[in-house]
Write a protein that binds this ligand. Sequence first.
Ligand SMILES: Nc1ncnc2c1ncn2[C@@H]1O[C@H](COP(=O)(O)OP(=O)(O)O)[C@@H](O)[C@H]1O
Ligand SMILES: N[C@@H](CCOP(=O)(O)O)C(=O)O
Length: 326
Amino acid sequence: MAVYTDVSETDLARFLADYDVGMLLSYKGIAEGVENSNFLVRTETGSFILTLYEKRVDRDDLPFFIGLMEHLASRGLSCPLPVARTDGERLGELAGRPAAVFTFLEGMWTRRPAVAHCRAVGAAMAGMHAAAADFPLRRPNALSVGAWRPLAEACGESADRVEPGLAAEIAGELAALEANWPEDLPGGVIHADLFPDNVFFLGGELSGLIDFYFACNDILAYDLAIALCAWCFEADGAFNITKGRAMIEGYRSVRPLTPGEIAALPMLARGAAMRFLLTRLYDWLNTPEGSFVTKKDPKEYLKKLRFHRGVTSAADYGLSAETETA
Ligand SMILES: Nc1ncnc2c1ncn2[C@@H]1O[C@H](COP(=O)(O)OP(=O)(O)O)[C@@H](O)[C@H]1O
Ligand SMILES: N[C@@H](CCOP(=O)(O)O)C(=O)O
């Protein structure tokens, strides 16, 4: 679930009076999501998403996230568009939280990604990278390689409660990642959480991207590595090379990968698996039992990490030899 903060009808109607959206007709909390409280709001003029930003989102980052969505939408990328208040502001305050209203994006996320979905996501991601190229704000990635050791230390030996030997395995992996993390690869604004639940499809076509609340400046190919992790493994833990190939081809149909990016893909994918292993592990160990949030399984990413550790070249993700050198 993700409704951490209750909103009364009176407060919401008063909040919406600052927007040119007509009278409030109905609203309900949205169960999905992890970070913020989201509500589906219907007014006389249509449907909107109301987001209340919760504790884990730094208020200072909100202009970056909201500005980015506005920038991407202005470049033709399909994503929620922040609705301006009548005074021109995009951010307000509701129930003691920073709050914003977004256009409603039609479509649904796919629970069973197929090859065609992976290709479409690759292309949409590269389109996002291109569209964000002239976005003027910057936000360093707070969850990049430098953040992993403190997260691992915060989990400590308790990691072994999830799997015996995990703390030592993480320590070894961290040392390898810190020593080999690529530098000087093309950078830009990345989504950084382009999982299936953040991509909508409608009638088989990709209808838009949501949830830009991890977006940041980092290595562009790291975004692709994250998506390879999130989309291209099967339920039994096996990597589906056909999906990997489709995603990479989709990406390259919009933005070519440099030889350096291709060579670095296995290390970037190890890092991506480590990043989600650590955040899931931290949440697993620190979210109180009985809390409303559904904890995500860290072991899923441990298995993915082990797979990537065994990868020697991007050919294992589906890049054929001739395209690798092209
Ligand atoms: N603009 C939008 N249009 C339609 N549905 C949306 C929109 N934004 C969010 N949602 C719905 O709210 C859910 C949670 O949104 P998300 O941004 O992923 O939350 P969180 O930041 O808490 O993870 C999504 O899975 C989707 O169902
Ligand atoms: N995608 C992350 C968790 C972040 O959840 P979201 O609802 O904000 O996309 C994971 O799977 O660990």
